[in-house]
Design a protein around this ligand. Sequence first.
Ligand code: GLC
Ligand code: CA
Length: 552
Amino acid sequence: MRSEWWKSAVIYQIYPKSFQDSNGDGIGDLQGIRQRLPYLQNLGVDALWLSPVYQSPQIDNGYDISDYYQIDPMFGTSEDMNALIADTHARGMKIIMDFVANHTSDQYSWFQESRKSLDNPYSDFYIWRDPRPDGSAPNNWGSSFGGSAWTYEPARQQYYLHYYAKEQPDLNWENPRVRDAIYEVMKYWKSRGVDGWRLDVITSISKDWCFPDNPRPLTKENQHNGPRMHEFIHDLNQHVLTLYDMMSVGEAPASNAADAPLLVDPTREELDMVFTFQHMHIDRKPGDLNGRWALQKPDFIELKRIMADWQIQLSGRGWNALYFENHDRARVISRWGNDSKYRYECATAFATILHGMQGTPYVYQGEEIGMTNPQFALADYEDVEMIGNYHQFVEQQKTISSADFLAAVHKVGRDNARTPMQWDGSHNAGFSDATPWFKLNPNYTVLNVARDANAEKSVAHYYQQLIRLRHDESILRDGSFELLLPQDKALFAYKRHDDEKTWLVLANLSEKWQNLQGLLADADYRVILSNYQRETIGQQVAPYESFILELS
Ligand code: GLC
Ligand code: CA
């Protein structure tokens, strides 16, 4: 029987580069994380998910791995990793590593060999196709980071496939040797003490080997949920995940609530949970050529519909992964809420909605103090996606103006979440003695961990309470879910029920007072948590007010 510790756990994601620098080179590292373990333990989280720390040329901040067995010297040594794993365990927390198995770096020895010729032991480790008769790429697929998903290699006179940057060639999972090599890596890290995996774009590992053109050039329609995806994931489960009792959460960009059980139903033995992207698209114009840069006002009715759909469809058939932020997503309060006047209220309201649901909540570094998006100039951003997309959409296609693109970057660009962690108000926010690899959000002087801890309205303190509830209250783990007021644009309200009790979770996602519309009627209740620290609830709720009540 596998242990299901994650069902009452909260997982904290660390973006190592931006978390804590320990040796004064401006880059976060493993020793830095070690230094902050007391903070994380005090927050109460159960496990740490580290974004990739393997050897990497850092074209995509470590999601381009050049050796799965080595720690990048920028992050420290192999001994540092041992020490981090040991210390994390000693503090009662688990370690989840990020595994990028869809692609490697082009600097990986496997790819260096593969690109040389058609007949070497690594020739079929990647996805190579002949040019079309006119010499052009095998089909019209686009890369997520702009341009074609194919790059020509003169030595082989062939193209290789890359769903991301050209420095990130996709592995060929059809090749059993590739699958074995991946399992070996995972077993190796298990032997080092790692407790589980976040599996990067795992739903992309199977390709459609007919390579059909997409309806529109340079788009990505055919790049998820390929024909052998379930088979490959099941195989990985059998060789590693179940065998060694490792937790797994897969990144599943094209998943929806109806098909997710195929990935997470325990009887299918694939994954424990998946990260969907569905709710992340509520502020995107559907079908627009400019993809994630085509913004619209967030549609909260849609947000509620999607999240409720996952709660209900997965109930009894699989487990949810709950998130609003990660290293690819902007700060939720800047994106969908208010990050100035109601910063505390908004941060705690979104947290309440998320942590009240069934599933495992993920907290991304800085989310627990209500960090915000910076508003940098275009030239200050680092992200390969943003730069590649600017090139494609603004400069080549000319489908969006530079100003509109920058406005969208300020809302949803990935770099919004990657500014260094704001520990205190001292020089460089306590992140580093040296100039950080990426600009700090200048608001660190007033928004930081130290200040939050002493504030009357502390976001982190509220998170501590939410996390404690997840540990202590089985209704949050096991209770059923019922969405209330599905058509209300401002109130996000739902009930959780178990055999003994009913809880009401509510947040006002607007800056206006809202009428409770009889939600409480004459019910007696007990306040479990209130972000306005109220002991009683009236007939109206204040801007971004949230609470959890037990009804009786
Ligand atoms: C995932 C990662 C993202 C990365 C991409 C390619 O989406 O979360 O950061 O750029 O995969 O590895
Ligand atoms: Ca460092």
